[in-house]
Structure formats: structure tokens, C-alpha cells
Design a protein around this ligand. Structure first.
Ligand SMILES: C[S@@+](CC[C@H](N)C(=O)[O-])C[C@H]1O[C@@H](n2cnc3c(N)ncnc32)[C@H](O)[C@@H]1O
Length: 469
């Protein structure tokens, strides 16, 4: 006998009170925290509980009783369905306030270390079209919005080119206009989709694995260079060549037109052969006259203009005079290492992606920088006491770890190395706070500067300067 699903309550007149960690808006109902999407603090709603756990619940608004003063119109037609830009109904100044609070809360509650006054968050000048990279997915399982389903219209063509629906691995939202990347990205995506529709090309079936068109990655640069990577599943030479030729004809501004035939289970391209159809197999990004080569697989900070501001904060906190021995941990393609190299005596960069280290070395050479050294490997295996003894004690350590923060062994080696200054760049203030408390036995937090790299999302970057006690 099937168990009847318990009906969950609908609660009237609930006020949204705050935004919690991970950017979810919350209400409190009888001391129970309820997470609710697409609402902002100050909204009053009739709330349908959709999921109930012991300590929290999830819900959705079924009616707005009144709207918050701190609310603005969503600018994107895909808002509410697409997983990106969830905070666009909060005015940008409010978004910054919540990000500032997120940093303060994490550093005080988790870090529990003595803090100076936290500097006001550095907002992003560009709040739209700020990304330099977007990846689109082709799927034969188009996500239909509630309005489309209700319209009764029949949808014969279920192919879509756009973004995955959060939590549904095979459903893709067809995107008409995205506000994240320069409009050329919209033009290319819409052209490619129309071309594929007109020619009857098949879109990828994620469940059963089959179809011609799989993914598409657009990378733009402040230099005006433009990269397009088209990822096919089926190896159909004639169809592939017709499409690439059509794209090259329509968009002569593409400086690197590349393609991949990816027949493995997942979409990652790091282990795939990238073939050049037209132009270069890279683009350049530029900062203070330094040129950074970006290949199809290279990591580069996705908001280029704000990355420059972030790096300037890091360099300023490092307090370089030209005499310092600097370590740049988690160096990626060596962007920070090369950015500070002219103000330091020597810079050692460490990173585990070998290709990224090759890019880092190329970037030094190509910019005439000869005081950098790069090593590839897991940080906890490379950065050991022996490594410090061999390469010399650093005066300054700049560290920019992934969201998980630093491994305990890495923190212990930093404590052993005893640099005068540590500049800690983080994309996750919670793990940064944990690491600061571990460094507290020898280091005092001197400055804190939050930076917003991703407007309309809850993500925040934070730079902390630690000095030896
Ligand atoms: C936030 S990114 C920093 C990139 C770089 N600082 C920049 O601004 O372009 C973190 C980097 O750490 C690297 N990484 C992650 N885990 C690592 C580990 N255990 N050992 C070494 N590097 C690691 C990643 O590959 C990535 O390049």
C-alpha cells in the first residue's frame, strides 16, 4: 500500500527577515528557519512549505502580501527559472551590504580572532555583462516554464541551448538573452541554435548519450579577442564543418575558433584534444601592460576588471619594496605571481594543475619576467619544511586557495616559515575564518578588504592581511 504524502502547511503573512549563508532568504515561523527563493528581506508573503526537516524547512511564495522597500525589478527575462543572478531583485547597494555582513559574521563567529575595522566592500563597476567566460549546453530536453506549460501550446521542438536547471541534470533552459557576458555571446549562441534548428542538427541527449551538438564555451577579453569552443558529441565531419564555416563567416571578430569531439560521459574538456578551426588557439588578457595567455583549458578570474582591483589590493597588502622573497600559493596560471614580480626580488608560485604551471612559466617569459619559479603539485606535498629550507624563507606569502581553504599541513608549514606578512585572498569567508583562527598563534589580522567579483550572486571575495605578532 502506498503511503499518503503528508500535506505541508500554507502559512499566511510571513515576513522575510534576513539572508543566510549561501545567499538564501529566510523567514522564521514558530522558531523554525524557512529558506525561500526569489524573495528579499522585507517582503511579506503567503508561504507554502515544500519540505520539512527537523531543524529547518524550505518553502516558496504563493502570493505577495506586500513588497519590500528594498526590492527592485528583475532585469532578466529568465529570472526565477535560471539558476544564475538570483539576487537581481535586490538593489546592488543592498547586495553589497549583505556581502559585507557575510564577511563580518564569518570572521567574528567562526574566526573568533581580534579584528580591525573591516573596510567597506569594493563594488564592481560593471554589474552586468561582467563575465569573460560562459558555457552553454545543448539538450534535447528543454525545460518548459510554468507559463509555457499552462499556455496549452504544443512544443514540437524540445531542443534547447542554454543553462542547466539547478538540480535537474538533463534539463536545460533555452536562453534568449543572458546579462552576464558581452552581448556578442548572446549573438553567437542564438545564431548557432538557429543554424542547428534550420539544418536539423541533433542536440545532446544527456540520459541516453547521443546527438551531435553538446556544449559551447565563449571567452571574451578586455583586449577585444574572442574565443569560441564548440563541443560536438557525434563525429560528423560534414555537419561539423558546415557549422564552423557558417560561424566563421557570420562572426569574423572571433580570433580563436576551436572545437572538440567529446564522447566521454562528462562535459569537462581538460582531458580532451582541442582542435583549431580558425585563428589562434588562445586569447590574451592584459593588465598594466602585462599580457596573460589564456588557452581553452586555462583558468582566468571570470570578472577581468574586478580581478585587476583584487590583485591591486593583494599587492598593496603585500607591501612590496623590491627586496622581498614572495611565495604565491595556489597560483593558477601565475597571474598574481607575475603581477607582483616587478616589485619583488623573487616569486615562487605553487599550483597543482600542471598545464596551469606551464601557462604561468610562459606568461613570465613572454612578459620578460625572470625572477619567478613555478612548481606543480598538491600544496601539502610541495610546500614542506624541506621546500622552505631549500628555497629560502619567504618575507611575504600570498595565498589564494579554493573554496575548501588550506589543508592543516599547509597552515603548519606557513607557521614554520614565519613570513612577516601573509596576504590571504579567499572566495569563501567561512573557510578563511577557520584558517585565520589556526594562524592566530603567530599572526594578527591587520586589514580586511571584501571585494565583489560576482554581482547578483551571494558570492564574495575577501582579502586579509596578517602580520607576524
Ligand atoms: C581560487 S584559484 C586561484 C587562482 C589564482 N590565484 C588566480 O587569481 O588566477 C585556486 C587555485 O588553487 C588550485 N588548487 C586547488 N587545490 C590545490 C591543491 N591541493 N594544491 C595546489 N593547488 C591547488 C586550483 O587549481 C586553482 O588554480
Amino acid at each position: 500500500m502506498s503511503r499518503k504524502k503528508k500535506e505541508l502547511p500554507l502559512i499566511e503573512n510571513v515576513e522575510i527577515v534576513d539572508i543566510a549563508a549561501e545567499g538564501k532568504a529566510i523567514a522564521k515561523v514558530n522558531d523554525m528557519v524557512v529558506f525561500i527563493p526569489y524573495v528579499v528581506p522585507g517582503d511579506v508573503i503567503d508561504l507554502q512549505i515544500t519540505r520539512k526537516k527537523n531543524k529547518y524547512a524550505e518553502g516558496k511564495p504563493v502570493r505577495f502580501v506586500s513588497y519590500s522597500q528594498n526590492r527592485t525589478e528583475a532585469f532578466c527575462e529568465h529570472f526565477g527559472v535560471c539558476g544564475g543572478c538570483k539576487w537581481q531583485i535586490l538593489p546592488y547597494a543592498e547586495q553589497l551590504k549583505f556581502k559585507q555582513k557575510q564577511v563580518t559574521d564569518n570572521l567574528t563567529r567562526i574566526g573568533k580572532v581580534e579584528l580591525p575595522e573591516i573596510q567597506p566592500i569594493m563594488g564592481s563597476e560593471k554589474t552586468e555583462f561582467y563575465r569573460n567566460k560562459l558555457e552553454y549546453t545543448f539538450s534535447n530536453k528543454r525545460w518548459l516554464t510554468w507559463e509555457q506549460v499552462k499556455s496549452g501550446e504544443s512544443f514540437d521542438n524540445m531542443n534547447a541551448l542554454g543553462f542547466h536547471i539547478p538540480g535537474m541534470f538533463d534539463k536545460v533552459l533555452d536562453i534568449n538573452k543572458c546579462w552576464l557576458q558581452d552581448d556578442i555571446s548572446n549573438q553567437i549562441r542564438n545564431f548557432v541554435r538557429q543554424y542547428c534548428f534550420d539544418k536539423g542538427y541533433t542536440f545532446f541527449d544527456l540520459r541516453n548519450r547521443g546527438g551531435l551538438m553538446r556544449n559551447m564555451i565563449v571567452r571574451t577579453s578586455t583586449t577585444g579577442e574572442l574565443m569560441l569552443i564548440v563541443v560536438f558529441y557525434d563525429d560528423e565531419k560534414e555537419q561539423r564543418e558546415d557549422l564552423l564555416q557558417a560561424i566563421a563567416g557570420e562572426f569574423p571578430q572571433i580570433t580563436a575558433l576551436l572545437y572538440i569531439i567529446n564522447q566521454k560521459a562528462n562535459d569537462t574538456i581538460t582531458d580532451q584534444e582541442v582542435l583549431t578551426w580558425k585563428g589562434n588557439d588562445f586569447i590574451y588578457e592584459e593588465m598594466e601592460g602585462l599580457k596573460f595567455k589564456i588557452g581553452p583549458k586555462s583558468f582566468y578570474q571570470t570578472n577581468s576588471e574586478q580581478a585587476y582591483n583584487l590583485y591591486k589590493v593583494a599587492r598593496d597588502f603585500a607591501g612590496l619594496t623590491g627586496k622581498e622573497h614572495v611565495y604565491d600559493l595556489y597560483t593558477g596560471t601565475g597571474t598574481i605571481a607575475n603581477f607582483v614580480a616587478r616589485q619583488a626580488e623573487k616569486v615562487v608560485g605553487i599550483e597543482y594543475v600542471e598545464d596551469a604551471i606551464e601557462d604561468a612559466k610562459f606568461n613570465s617569459k613572454n612578459n620578460g619576467i625572470d625572477n619567478t619559479l613555478f612548481y606543480a603539485g598538491d600544496m601539502k606535498d610541495i610546500l614542506t619544511q624541506d621546500f622552505i629550507n631549500e628555497h629560502g624563507r619567504p618575507d611575504v606569502i600570498i595565498t589564494d586557495p579554493p573554496r575548501a581553504g588550506m589543508h592543516d599541513d599547509v597552515i603548519n608549514v606557513i607557521l614554520f616559515a614565519e613570513p612577516d606578512r601573509i596576504v590571504y585572498v579567499s572566495c569563501n569567508p567561512a573557510t578563511q575564518a577557520r584558517d585565520l583562527s589556526l594562524l592566530d598563534e603567530k599572526y594578527k589580522v591587520e586589514k580586511v578588504q571584501p571585494v565583489d567579483m560576482f554581482p547578483h550572486t551571494h558570492h564574495v571575495e575577501n582579502v586579509v592581511l596578517l602580520i607576524r605578532k
